[in-house]
Design a protein around this ligand. Structure first.
Ligand SMILES: [Zn+2]
Ligand SMILES: [Zn+2]
Length: 556
């Protein structure tokens, strides 16, 4: 048994998350469920990322306080996670006191360790608004790709991390006037001092996907730069450095530490205040982060560097599963600011949560950008979920209901074809498990769909509906074996579709729950002859993309 810390990118709560953000939460949930079925010791954590300039901008626009805005979205996410069956051990928020205390202590500590220095810098300042313009308070031209969508912290177009003074033709986002440059003191994280340590971390990590590795090495080659830790904003965690009283900590550099503070809070909530250390300070613990590719350097360079700078024995990231972007109907990546995509709340008006879990897993952009279209949504639901999985299960169980009064028939001597089918069932958890171990979540679900297709193919070849009349023994053998596959599928899909797994389990009428089963015993378990099923009914229904388009007022 190993210890695991399963983390998802923290949703930034200036709005309800869109499905491009949801995929990280979903991936972490699937992975944690899989690990638990394997009997591993898991803590899964994330939370609402509440500070930073986009939230201040949104709050100013809506004429409410930032706290009021993040309260609203934090609570709406909590209720959505419940609906989607995303069960983190702790879904917290960066406004929680445990996080605030932890961040302040952490930065004091790395300052003592010699990794923080202060320096006078020149920053854009808006005279009309009477404020400094860090991060997203400023917009202009990207020095790297020339896009005019560059913000003070990052270019939307090329992903380059930026400094507000690098931007061409800068404008204040509030009043659109051109800023002046003013001198101010800020505190910096001495990232260059840790270059060698970060490099050896990257060299020793064999799991990181190619996109994460390539991006990180490119950063190292360009030479690591000190990162400014403080901001002049009011909305944020107060800076703990002496003489920095009016400043706050830059949102990214505190939210990253939320992975640890969320685990601390989880420990406290169970009255086991030291439990978190058993995870974070054990070098055998594996930590896995599900994030988008635009967040790679924060997780492969800045987070490890911060952890190393603390001189504590934190485990460094074991795996950073950084997915590419999901494009929406060929429009470009989902964008909160440009309202391109589908949001977690409105998605539920279109289809049930399990349908979304299913489709999003299948388009999970593991190696390249994926395109979401309503036609693809229809195809996946109708062909894969309804026809392959749903029909196989329903046919198998209803034939037994019809011919054997709902009781599992006894097998006779197995033919070569029967044995081949039986072996497929026995090997399935190993094959799916190997893919999940490599974090190939999409391929794992595809393999499960393929298995259900094999089941349908087997039924079509063996035709128990004919054999029941001329060879009842053969029909019995066939339906005994398909029952075993239904049982296997109900556990294999548990990480992906937990509510569906429970429904199948109820129809099979088996003791305990699908969630309480053991992954390694999936192929060994036998649903015994004469076992009586529960009430049988179809689990899925089809969807129609044209109807969705009309409902959403999308012109084809
Ligand atoms: Zn750019
Ligand atoms: Zn202004």
């Amino acid at each position: 048994m190993s210890k695991w810390i399963v983390c998802s990118a923290w949703p930034y709560v200036n709005t309800v998350p869109h499905l491009g953000t949801f995929i990280h939460l979903l991936s972490a949930d699937i992975y944690a469920r899989y690990l638990r079925l394997k009997g591993e010791e898991v803590v899964s954590i994330t939370g609402s990322d509440e500070h930073g300039t986009p939230i201040e901008i949104e709050a100013i626009k809506s004429q409410i306080s930032p706290k009021k805005l993040t309260d609203k979205y934090h609570h709406s996410i909590l209720s959505l996670l419940k609906k989607y069956r995303i069960d983190f051990d702790n879904y917290t928020r960066t406004e929680n006191q445990t996080h605030i205390d932890f961040v302040q202590e952490f930065y004091k500590k790395i300052q003592e360790n010699g990794y923080i220095f202060s320096k006078e810098v020149e920053l854009p300042y808006c005279n009309d608004c009477d404020r400094y313009l860090p991060d997203r308070f400023i917009e202009g031209t990207c020095p790297n790709c020339g896009s005019d969508k560059a913000r003070g912290d990052q270019c939307e177009e090329c992903g380059r991390i930026l400094d507000p003074t690098e931007i061409g033709n800068p404008k204040c986002v509030f009043c659109k006037s051109s800023p002046v440059i003013k001198k101010t003191i800020h505190w910096f994280f001495d990232l260059p001092k840790l270059s060698e340590d970060v490099k050896s971390f990257l060299n020793s990590n064999k799991q990181l996907p190619d996109n994460a590795k390539n991006f990180s090495y490119k950063w190292l080659e360009e030479g690591l730069q000190p990162r400014s830790v403080t901001r002049d904003n009011k909305w944020g965690i107060p800076s703990p450095f002496p003489a920095s009283e009016k400043k706050t900590i830059y949102v990214w550099l505190e939210a990253l530490l939320g992975y640890i503070s969320a685990t601390i809070e989880w420990s406290k909530n169970q009255a086991k205040p030291n439990l978190w250390q058993k995870f974070w300070f054990d070098k055998e613990t594996k930590s896995i982060y599900f994030i988008g590719k635009d967040n790679i350097p924060f997780h492969t360079i800045i987070l490890p560097a911060l952890l190393l700078a603390s001189k504590e024995k934190y485990v460094l990231p074991w795996q950073v599963s950084s997915t590419e972007f999901i494009l929406y109907e060929g429009h470009g990546k989902f964008s909160k600011s440009r309202r391109i995509g589908v949001w977690m709340d409105e998605a539920l008006e279109i289809a049930g949560p399990e349908y979304w879990r299913f489709v999003l897993t299948l388009i999970r952009p593991e190696t390249k950008d994926a395109n979401f279209t309503w036609e693809e949504f229809e195809r996946r639901i109708n062909n894969d979920l309804n026809d392959a999985i749903g029909n196989f299960i329903h046919r198998s169980l209803s034939f037994i209901h019809l011919y054997f009064n709902g009781c599992v028939p006894s097998p006779s001597k197995l033919s070569a074809r029967d044995r081949e089918f039986q072996n497929k069932i026995k090997n399935s958890s190993r094959i799916v498990g190997e893919l999940l171990d490599k974090v190939k979540i999409r391929d794992a679900l595809n393999t499960i769909i393929e298995l259900a297709r094999e089941g349908n193919q087997y039924l079509s070849e063996k035709e128990p509906w004919h054999r029941i009349k001329d060879n009842k023994e053969d029909a019995s053998t066939t339906l005994f074996l398909t029952t075993q596959l239904v049982h296997t599928l109900s556990i294999l899909i548990q990480p992906f579709l937990p509510s569906i797994a429970e429904k199948i389990w109820m129809q099979l009428n088996l003791p305990k729950k699908a969630i309480e089963q053991q992954w390694k015993k999936i192929g060994e378990y036998i649903v015994e002859p004469n076992h009586k099923f529960g009430k049988i009914k179809p689990i899925f229904h089809k969807v129609n993309s044209s109807e969705i388009r009309i409902k959403r007022k999308i012109i084809p």
